[in-house]
Design a protein around this ligand. Structure first.
Ligand code: C2E
Ligand code: MG
Ligand code: MG
Length: 686
């Protein structure tokens, strides 16, 4: 294979390459790589289809693409002797390309990616490409001896390995940005280079020797058929991949936002609509009292049949301007947005009540559904949230015994209010994990290390959906439940730190928001110390965040409290600095360690020169007082660059680095940073 035939009469024949077909072969390699990358993106997204389906699809796209590129590339070679392809070898030559792609993608999508994973994946991919190529070459049948230059032969394999490694590596380190077409294109371009440069170096390594006279040969037209066939294959695969991906996303969307029994939008969708829809005339809730009784007696599928029948009655009687949701197992919610025809909806609801009063025939059993309809209607348009809270007030009214009737919300009778309900629900929320914490990293932009986290609370309420802390914290403050929640929070943070400590993670400092009313309470100090001792956490790992407004209310006691905390070794940060109406004078009185400059100061930077110089002066002032400085709410690269250009560079917290993350998300985020950091010679946590 590597030695020249020594016959005197042997002559070397020259071939030439048709540049247009060379270009076509590159385009095919690029198309296949792009498709493979596109499908690759879905592999680690939890969806309806198993990840193996995406792996197989991606490897088929890549393998077929390499194969197709090879035969297109071969037809670019214009030689003057007849040449055929051995069908069997031609067909099986696709196998190494597909298998190698599968193995490489499998490795690069595994959970623990190290640089050596990419090296192994690059070697596998490169060898697969090379094996495919040289099998394809062996499939050529002609009256000539094929001899390879060993140097170029080796080089072709090396090129395939190195370029595959580079491409797979780029896939993975940029995978968070892979939704961007440009990034996908760059990685696909590199992979196409791997395939084509391997191929053409391999062809350069090949010399053909023939004996006797040269027959003039018309270019093999079957080759174009192969090309056409394979190109069609790739195009259909691309279409299939897009279809499958769309389908997968659609299934995700349906599962998340629609009820499986009725196919109606569910509570998730309602929560989302509730957030968006501000102008509504009417919201009604149909509540079935006795569904559970039938489920207990006859099972879940019987319960489902009741729900479906009720839904059909509702759909048949509600005007088309309404939107119907199944918000809970035994509740339907109706939104009527347009100003006109509200009366039609009310008439429809009356009809529904009448129909539900009669026994329903379900699976040959007569069922008496007991339902009540709570309605909140207004002359002006109101937010859905407000109407919905009213309907809940109706359903919570002690007088609600009546069945089969419409009860209109009346503020004089239905005194239930949202605030009171939340303060009643808070204990259950703590006990049943409706409350949970997310953590937002604070990053030193110069060293690119995480210097701490802020613990932020979330509430997934079973009726009201996700409620923002900006809504429920003030309510809990007003109803004196905030201290209990803060105690719960301190315990949770210490517990989490202990978990991280046990698995050998370097511990970040975690800051906890302390409400003004609780700051000066001796109980706070006790709770912190108890939890630090219980979970064996160093005091320096906790920071307390207090706000200007809370300090201002009771400045003398606040100063004393902060002093005690500082003496015990805790950091204390002043949150949302600049939003209060306070004077700067107390800044030197109160012994805080850190200033968190509010987001509003960075919002206009760097576009507005005025904002930029205000921010610069505040940072300067804070540093001159000997404080640590953090800027909150940094969202863009430009803002980050501006901050990095300051004389002394503050810590950054904001979406630019990360949104608040659940523990799992944070650990993944950190892992990803570590990988990138290791490769850039940086560490990710300090
Ligand atoms: P905060 O303490 O000033 O927290 C920062 C808020 O800014 C968080 O909102 C965070 O998600 C948000 N944020 C961070 N970076 C960015 C960014 O780049 N862009 C934008 N637009 N927002 C950003 P969140 O979690 O909704 O909390 C709002 C406020 O509710 C907090 O303001 C804090 O005052 C209060 N809060 C949150 N969790 C707790 C808690 O556990 N206890 C107490 N007492 N208050 C809390
Ligand atoms: Mg805060
Ligand atoms: Mg803040």
């Amino acid at each position: 294979m590597f030695t020249k035939p020594d016959l005197e009469s042997m002559r070397i024949i020259e071939g030439s390459l048709d540049p247009l077909i060379v270009l076509l072969s590159f385009i095919i390699a690029f198309g296949a790589s792009y498709t493979a990358i596109y499908i690759n993106r879905r592999i680690n997204v939890k969806g309806f289809f198993h990840k193996n389906l995406w792996l197989v699809l991606a490897s088929l796209a890549m393998g077929l693409g390499i194969w197709s590129m090879h035969y297109v590339g071969m037809s670019a070679l214009v030689i003057s002797i007849p040449m055929k392809h051995n069908l069997f070898l031609t067909l099986i030559s696709v196998i190494p390309a597909i298998v190698a792609s599968y193995m490489a993608f499998y490795l690069t999508n595994s959970e623990y990616k190290k640089i050596r994973t990419f090296i192994v994946a690059g070697i596998l991919m490169g060898c697969g490409i090379a094996l495919m190529h040289y099998l394809g070459m062996a499939a050529m049948e002609m009256d000539a001896a094929v001899v390879y230059n060993p140097m170029l032969f080796g080089l072709s394999i090396l090129i395939a390995i190195v370029a595959s490694f580079a491409s797979l590596y780029i896939f993975s380190i940029t995978d968070t940005k892979m939704e961007k077409i440009l990034v996908k294109s760059i990685a696909a371009f590199l992979m196409a280079i791997a395939v084509t440069s391997m191929h053409y170096t391999g062809m350069l390594a090949m010399k053909l020797y023939i004996e006797g006279t040269i027959h003039v040969h018309a270019h093999d037209s079957n080759m174009m058929d192969v090309v056409l066939f394979v190109t069609i294959g790739i195009v259909s695969l691309f279409i299939l991949a897009i279809l499958a991906s769309r389908l997968d996303r659609y299934v995700d969307y349906r599962m998340k936002n629609f009820d499986a029994v009725t196919q109606l939008p569910n509570q998730n969708q309602f929560t989302e609509d509730q957030r968006i829809k501000k102008d509504t005339k009417l919201v009604a809730v149909v509540h079935i009292h006795n569904l559970e009784k039938y489920i207990l007696a006859y099972g879940y599928s019987f319960g489902d049949a009741i729900v479906k029948t009720v839904m059909e009655i509702m759909q048949a009687n509600l005007p088309k301007e309404t939107k119907l949701y199944r918000t809970e197992a035994n509740r339907f919610t109706i939104i009527h947005a347009p100003a006109e025809s509200v009366q039609n909806t009310i008439d429809g609801l009356r009809c529904i009540c009448l129909l539900l009063e009669r026994p329903l025939n379900i699976d040959e059993r007569m069922v008496s559904v007991e339902a009540v309809v709570a309605v909140s209607q207004s002359d002006d348009k109101k937010a859905v949230r407000e109407h919905f809270a009213n309907t809940i007030a109706v359903l919570h009214a002690p007088s609600i015994q009546s069945r089969h009737e419409i009860i209109m919300y009346d503020p004089k009778i239905h005194t239930f209010n949202f605030e009171r309900q939340l303060s009643l629900d808070i204990q259950r929320a703590m006990d049943e994990n409706e409350l949970f914490l997310v953590y937002q990293p604070k990053v030193d932009p110069e060293l690119n290390i995480v210097v701490g986290l802020e613990a932020l609370i979330r509430w997934k309420h079973p009726v009201f959906g996700i409620i923002s802390p900006a809504v429920f914290i003030p309510i809990l403050e007003n109803t004196n439940r905030i201290s209990d929640v803060t105690d719960w929070l301190i315990a949770r943070v210490c517990q989490q730190l202990a978990v991280w400590n046990n698995i050998g993670m370097e511990l970040p400092q975690v800051s906890i928001n302390i409400p003004g009313v609780y700051l000066t309470s001796p109980r706070l100090n006790r709770v912190i110390n108890e939890n630090l001792a219980r979970y064996n956490i160093q005091v320096s790992k906790i920071e307390l965040e207090i706000t200007e407004t809370s300090v201002i209310h009771d400045i003398h006691n606040a100063i004393t409290a902060v002093r005690i905390f500082r003496q015990s070794g805790l950091s204390v940060a002043l949150d949302d600095f600049g939003t209060g109406l306070s004077s700067l004078s107390y800044l030197k009185e109160i012994p805080i360690s850190t200033i968190k400059i509010d987001k509003s100061f960075i919002d206009g930077v760097p576009e507005s020169e005025k904002d930029a110089s205000i921010l610069k002066s505040i940072v300067h002032l804070c540093y001159s007082l000997g404080l640590n400085v953090l800027i909150e709410g940094v969202e863009t690269k430009e803002q980050c660059q501006f901050i990095m250009g300051l004389e002394r560079v503050p810590i950054i917290q904001g979406y630019y680095y990360s949104k608040p993350l659940t523990v799992e998300e944070y650990e993944q985020w950190l892992e990803k940073r570590k990988e990138v950091g290791e490769q850039n010679g940086k560490i990710s946590i300090g």
